[in-house]
Write a protein that binds this ligand. Sequence first.
Ligand SMILES: O=P(O)(O)OC[C@@H](O)[C@@H](O)c1c[nH]c2ccccc12
Length: 261
Amino acid sequence: MNILDKIVADKRQEVDLKKSLITLPQLEASVMMERTSVSLAEVLRKSNSGIIAEHKRRSPSKSVINQSLSIQDVAKGYTNAGACGISVLTDGKYFGGSLDDLVLARASTNIPILRKEFIIDEYQIIEAKAYGADVILLIAAILSKEEIKTLSELAKGLGLDVLLEVHNEEELEKSLMPSLDMLGVNNRNLKTFEVDLDISKSLSVKIPDDFVKVSESGISSVKAIRDLKAFGYKGFLIGENFMKTDNPGENAKKFIDELKK
Ligand SMILES: O=P(O)(O)OC[C@@H](O)[C@@H](O)c1c[nH]c2ccccc12
């Protein structure tokens, strides 16, 4: 079994358990359900930097990135740096994140927050809204076309933006539909962890212009972003390059300032 299949199998068990602990009506009673979401796609369209900065403690490909910082400080730092949005990993087992991280990030910033999660069930989308997210991620590699449709339409109904992530042409072709706002190309293969920025470049021509194009993973230089912009990308998801430092916010600020020059 590859790592992605393992993550998804664990996630199914986790979601089943959670459904019995916190029921849908309980989730729907959250005050956050009344909050008006901020559209990341809109912010990216208007931005000339396009950085979505990620909070990530660890990952299956890197066992320690940064375990010592508070999510509040990271979220505030990214906000002060001028990031367009913040991505918060909520998976516990493989990424060391939690829904608490999402709540604390929400309390620390007003810029759009992406719930970075392996979403396989409608319950997780209600949960994203209930805990203060503005955007959800859907990963084409783990969902059927029908699931992408049902899940993205539910998210849109709640006012959330949808970022659909693909890694190859086949995933892209099955996924294109009007209920998506942003099309993300993951430069990292989630099954092998191999990273190649050329994936974003070669898939860009196949993404219709009505979607905001986002390039994800393995980005560590301003030069890489300038190259990707030439292929129509408006959003750039950066985790490790910021998180591996003692002050991700300050680092993101330097990066964004340089990008704006
Ligand atoms: O740390 P990086 O290489 O800058 O990557 C960030 C982000 O793209 C990556 O964490 C990611 C992209 N898609 C995902 C799906 C699940 C978990 C994590 C991810």
